[in-house]
Design a protein. Structure first.
Length: 131
């Protein structure tokens, strides 16, 4: 069969064009992420006793590096017996960290992840008595 002289039907050409359009849209919608990823280690301790805070709730938010709509990603976790938790695959750049515990004041800050395996120390104070 001679492929040069073959005639394509309108349906076949339409299917090929639709397939190429879908591939182009998919490639454009999912750009490769060039943001370097790292681990982020959070260490939570008590202000007075300097002991680790077990089961402190951590909420980490950061901009999605693949989003064109400036969406944010949010992760939640709890600290271990040593008051630590390691978040993996976090892009370098701005983050927002919230730390809560029923026996301490809440903590919330905007921070920058600037180096690989960065450690963030959070010190929680006891709640202030009511007067």
């Amino acid at each position: 069969m001679n492929w040069r002289n073959r005639r394509w039907s309108g349906a076949a050409l339409g299917s090929i064009c639709l397939l190429l359009l879908c591939l182009a849209v998919a490639a454009d919608a999912m750009p490769p992420s060039h943001a370097p990823l790292t681990n982020l280690i959070i260490v939570v301790t008590d202000y007075s006793s300097h002991k680790p805070v077990f089961q402190a709730r951590l909420t980490l938010q950061f901009p999605d590096p693949d989003s064109r709509l400036h969406k944010w990603i949010s992760y939640s976790a709890k600290t271990d017996l040593k008051g630590r938790y390691t978040f993996s695959f976090i892009p370098l750049g701005p983050i927002v960290l919230f730390v809560t515990d029923p026996y301490h004041q809440s903590y919330g800050r905007k921070l920058q992840v600037t180096e690989p395996n960065q450690v963030i120390h959070v010190v929680l104070r006891k709640p202030q008595p009511l007067r």
